[in-house]
Design a binder for this molecule. Sequence first.
Ligand SMILES: [Zn+2]
Length: 67
Amino acid sequence: MQVKCVLCDVVENIEDFSLQAKRLRNKKTYMYLCDNCNERIKERTLERLATNKFRLYEEKKKEDELI
Ligand SMILES: [Zn+2]
């Protein structure tokens, strides 16, 4: 199936029966992020970790939804 990254609008193909595709179909809140954006978000999370200005629980929850 074709998926569009919510951040940069790049369209990618993922396996129809992959776990990711299943989640996209089942969860309305699930948003697809391409590899580039995933990397960027990871970096930002690490930056926030360094500044101690983030809430651990919320970040963990978001990360789980993205996988
Ligand atoms: Zn992207």
